[in-house]
Design a binder for this molecule. Sequence first.
Ligand SMILES: Cc1cc2nc3c(=O)[nH]c(=O)nc-3n(C[C@H](O)[C@H](O)[C@H](O)COP(=O)(O)OP(=O)(O)OC[C@H]3O[C@@H](n4cnc5c(N)ncnc54)[C@H](O)[C@@H]3O)c2cc1C
Length: 513
Amino acid sequence: MTNPSAPKWATVSLNETPDDRFHRALLDNVHPPAWRNPKPADKYTLIVIGAGPGGLTAASEAVALGAKVALIERDLIGGDRLNVGCVPSKAIIRTARLYAEMRDANNFGGQVPSNIGIDFAAIMERMRRIQAHLGRGASAPQLSEAGVDVYFGEARFAGRDTVSVAGETLRFRKALIATGARAMTPPIPGLAEAGYLTNENVFNLTECPPRLLVMGGGPLGCELAQAFCRFGAHVIIAQNDPTFLPNEERDAAQVLSDALARDGVEIHLNTSAVAVRMEGARKIVDLASEDNKFSVSVDEILAGIGRAPNVENLNLEAAGVRYDTHIGIRVDDFLRTSNPRIYAAGDVCLEHKFTHTAEASARIAVRNALMLGRKRLSALTIPWCTYTDPEIAHVGLYVREAREQAIPVKTFTILMHDVDRAVTDGEEEGFVKIHVRDGTDRILGATVVASHAGEMINGLSLAINCGIGLRALARVIHTYPTQAEAIKMAADAYDRTRMTPTLKSLTRRWLAW
Ligand SMILES: Cc1cc2nc3c(=O)[nH]c(=O)nc-3n(C[C@H](O)[C@H](O)[C@H](O)COP(=O)(O)OP(=O)(O)OC[C@H]3O[C@@H](n4cnc5c(N)ncnc54)[C@H](O)[C@@H]3O)c2cc1C
């Protein structure tokens, strides 16, 4: 439906997803319009609140173990991952990468017109088609068929072992809170009145804003700044830290900064938005750095300044569950809350807010809750990736963390421009850096900056998880030519350090003989 007060470039109200056949197909699975909640069981073995990746994993695992399970969702099954996070962002990032490849086609001998057209509405329609396709894996009817009692409605604890939803009170032996997180609201005067985008409505756009300010240079801000810039928006990014992705290694963040600048993103580091006002349809944002104050005029503002856990409205006090509005639900290493019947998993309680972490933590919580398990969150090896171009992926310890723990570190670095396949692909930007405990081949951590770093990091994750050292990796035959060979090259570099001067001189003598 068209909103008459929307600015000229926006043809749809930002609070509504365009109502096309793909969106309707998605809803048929993730929130069927005619859904009727089931008749409650006397007592559930497990009630799961929230049907994002954490809740869905927990419900499927518990049903597979033979538990009687209720799953409660207030909005759309699939949570942020499917509806307003990973899936829509990665779908549009793919098109943005295609655009960049067409833009750079002449480097490869291709000939494309200099003014490549972008059909933004078609990009977003493709995104919705993909969501509808992947929504089949988050289907209420299928969950129900598998034995999960699916309830739509806002869940609230009514006591230490009861939850109310849509007028019913459900009793449980164990419960899992997997209510996720939402975009943090930036406390900037005038912003709420001017209106702004978050991940919850940016994917509803049907036209690309001509000028876009992105507040925040974390993964979300950087990924979407690059994508919208490639779609033709003039993107300004303001990051209040001296680098993007402040947790990543400096040189990784620098590669990203250079890549964004090359794409044409206007970068302001050490800079915060301090006030917003409207001038006609334009949003005027006052920005301030240590030594400078200036204003930018934009059509839209995208806030990507962090995530706040969804702990409100759950009546956690009635259940005796301790929480913090910034950190989320308080859990121990076994993911148990202050009420021993209740566990939590995913974004609502974890520092690392990723789909794979939500799923892994949900698996741990279910085992511990239902099977007297003693699985620990701290035992997990968690990789992550920012899906910019190039991608920035990490697993294990950073050098600074190793130093803080007084662990001696030796780093082996391979630049992607020394890797044959990266050169043939014209994707020479970036590096593979592997940190080992000095004097050993034990991998402590790794950072990969490369076109497909998210794929490459998994090999290193596997090595850390299974205790495979660099010496063993040096003996793994990698297919030639692949970008993942960079990992083998780093392992070979380690192997060469094992050649002590005595060993070298012995070999030399042996060869001479
Ligand atoms: C733009 C963006 C891009 C992202 N990209 C990636 C990526 O590439 N890779 C990656 O690993 N992660 C990514 N993430 C993060 C990822 O989406 C989340 O970490 C993941 O969805 C968390 O899963 P969850 O189950 O903990 O919570 P959620 O997915 O947030 O699900 C929680 C569910 O609980 C429901 N709920 C909340 N309160 C209640 C209540 N009281 N009653 C009933 N239901 C309730 C919500 O409606 C929601 O459906 C991205 C996030 C964003 C925003």
